[in-house]
Design a protein around this ligand. Sequence first.
Ligand SMILES: C[S@@+](CC[C@H](N)C(=O)[O-])C[C@H]1O[C@@H](n2cnc3c(N)ncnc32)[C@H](O)[C@@H]1O
Length: 420
Amino acid sequence: MMIMAAATTTSRLSFLLRPPLSLSLPATTNHHRHLISTTTTTTSKITRPPKKKLPQLDQHLKRRTRSPAPFDPDLHLSSPAPSPHIPVMLGEVLSAFRDRALRSFVDCTLGAAGHSCALLRAHPELRLFVGLDVDPAALASGTARVEALLRESGAEGPRAYTHLRNFKYVKSVLGGVEEGLAGDGVDGILMDLGMSSMQVNRSERGFSVMGDGPLDMRMDPQVCLTAEDILNSWPEDEVGRVLRDYGEESNWYSLQKRIMKARTSGGLHSTSELVQVIRSASAKTGGRQGWIKTATRVFQALRIAVNDELQTLEDALYACFDVLSPGGRLAVISFHSLEDRIVKKTFLDLIKGDEDERYANPATQKDEIHCEEEEELWSKQRVVGRYGTVLTKRPITPSEEEEKLNRRCRSAKLRVIQKV
Ligand SMILES: C[S@@+](CC[C@H](N)C(=O)[O-])C[C@H]1O[C@@H](n2cnc3c(N)ncnc32)[C@H](O)[C@@H]1O
């Protein structure tokens, strides 16, 4: 067992994981039953007409595949130390690599290493593990957890390396690991995009709409550009473009004008000042829910711009596919439609050869699929191309149970591709 990186102590934030799990689990005790019946008897008898589903919602539901897998809290509790971040769609990610002999694995977004620890446990055959993160605090936390797990499991663990590096440089990172270990390519890669709870919960990082902090929003504190720079010094048109294209915010023009007006009185220097501007622009539309939704979109837009997230993602997907071994898999969890669109389009580009891709259903085209994959029920519809197979023609979304237990997973979408 060997791990190469600066280690640090893991924070013991068990309460972040455990209370939601136990509070929201199905009512099996008398105490819970009592609470439910009390609530029922005191509820007024007004019956509301069933809500009509919007046509867009219908369309949206058709385009996704909700995970049928039951949520397994034991998976989460099996990590070496309590996690400050609840890994999203953990069971589904494990399924994407289940029954495959993984010799090497790269976690491009190590975070608190929730996914990594579960994968390391599930694949004792691993010989090489590489974890990347651009955030030094996340990397330190993830490294400590991976280290603890490997120490605990003892014996002949994999070589483990963690790097403070942007995942778009995955190729050069792998080029630097020991000769022979990643020579034939990597058998599994995971990208769990977005922010970790450790980042959102620290208001000094500037990611949170609800807490007050500096307008920072950098995942990598070594880069120069911050949200404050964009808001106070980028050309007006560019600010508008960021809000419109990255936030998909319909009220972008009014916000752009208000941000320019704020510049005339010293500019914006904290997240609460930005929220104030957003609230004043959305005062007449939808109250609290209205401004929170707008603020979420504006923060998303600025975060994407600060971290150049979309171009980085596209470049990294090509790089990851390149370093996969034959038969290797790349799984990506995205959290908003701009990311998901890039993953979907890039996956299709990657598998396409000169010929048109064909749509394959594993139930009817078994000749296209290895025997071991026949049982992969999560992969309902596939797209087969010359260079690979998209195993999730429609993205998989969290189970209802997981959504109830961890609201931060609501918008998650998992897509998986396999190289030929
Ligand atoms: C959602 S968290 C990952 C959580 C992790 N899967 C777990 O189970 O704990 C995403 C992580 O990706 C990191 N990240 C974001 N963009 C990155 C990039 N371009 N390169 C490397 N890491 C990145 C963030 O700093 C964050 O720690």
